[in-house]
Design a protein around this ligand. Structure first.
Ligand SMILES: Nc1ncnc2c1ncn2[C@@H]1O[C@H](COP(=O)(O)OP(=O)(O)O)[C@@H](O)[C@H]1O
Ligand SMILES: [Mg+2]
Length: 269
């Protein structure tokens, strides 16, 4: 399948750490490879280097066990190596240029708001923001206490949604290309709680107003934590025996299909 002539840049971002950006970026990259797309990964959170290290660990694991699992190209970008934002963004552009023969470029980002992070968001064709069930996560999208307590004329956007909105405007003025945004609920517990229902209601009412899609959700499964240090995923065949594995795999497939279908929609229009 060919998605677009130039690579489609898929950025995993949220102004918060620990929501699953790196884990899901790796799974998304590998599911795309299973779908015969060529994929390069860029770890723009390269000072921490979680995605970079997990792919390096994957290479090592496959070498040791003599396995021929797919391994995406990985580039590490360390924002701290540059003395100015201009130097960092120029270097980033050069790295992206080097990947122009790939179908998909998957970018993992830092969980904080930085000038380089903002630039990466502008380069996205699709931005995917994982959120957990914590009200703290949602507060980055909209000021929850404000919408509960008073009527308001404009939506009280949270800090992250505000930042994304700015990058969308900048991108639209410079390239006329859209920046589509998908919010993906990660680490969903199987037990339905009142908080879960409440947060879901808020997300649904926000989606059309803030301008994001709500993607399929991914459950909280320990298998993700166990496999990640080896660079292994729930998509790899080895040891995939339990129902939790199989369900997790299906969830990753659905999330990936959802994202790829947005790319195809653009291709047709
Ligand atoms: N769906 C999930 N179920 C269980 N654990 C998860 C899931 N997604 C991520 N994790 C775990 O949560 C932690 C944070 O994930 P990570 O991908 O490093 O987040 P981020 O990149 O946003 O900081 C890791 O230990 C990871 O294994
Ligand atoms: Mg990370």
């Amino acid at each position: 399948m060919h998605v677009e002539k130039k690579p489609s840049i898929i950025v995993w971002g949220n102004a918060k750490g620990g929501v699953g950006k790196s884990t899901l970026a790796l799974h998304f990259a590998l599911q795309c490879m299973h779908e015969k797309l060529s994929v390069a990964c860029l770890d723009a959170d390269g000072d921490q280097g979680t995605l970079f290290r997990s792919i390096e660990n994957r290479k090592q694991y496959c070498r040791q066990k003599n396995l021929s699992f797919p391994i995406p190209e990985i580039i590490r970008f360390r924002p701290s190596a540059y003395t100015s934002t201009a130097l960092a963004t120029t270097a980033l552009d050069e790295l992206l240029q080097r990947c122009e023969h790939f179908d998909i470029i998957v970018i993992d980002t830092q969980g904080s708001d930085t000038p380089v992070g903002r630039y990466v968001h502008q380069r996205a064709r699709i931005l995917i923001s994982p959120v957990t069930e914590s009200p703290l996560d949602l507060d980055l999208f909209v000021n929850i206490s404000e919408i509960q307590e008073q009527s308001h004329h404009t939506l009280p956007l949270g800090s992250y949604a505000h930042m994304v909105w700015e990058q969308r405007l900048t991108k639209a003025s410079q390239t006329q290309e859209p920046l589509e945004w998908v919010v993906l609920r990660n680490r969903m517990s199987s037990q339905i709680s009142r908080t879960q229902i409440h947060l879901e209601k808020i997300l649904k009412s926000l989606a059309p107003r803030v301008g994001f899609y709500i993607g399929p959700s991914v459950g909280d499964r320990s298998i993700f934590r166990e496999l990640f240090p080896y660079g292994l995923t729930v998509l790899d065949r080895e040891g995939l025996t339990t129902l939790a594995h199989i369900t997790a795999r299906q969830e990753i497939k659905s999330a990936t299909q959802f994202i790829l279908s947005l790319l195809k929609k653009k291709e047709k229009s």
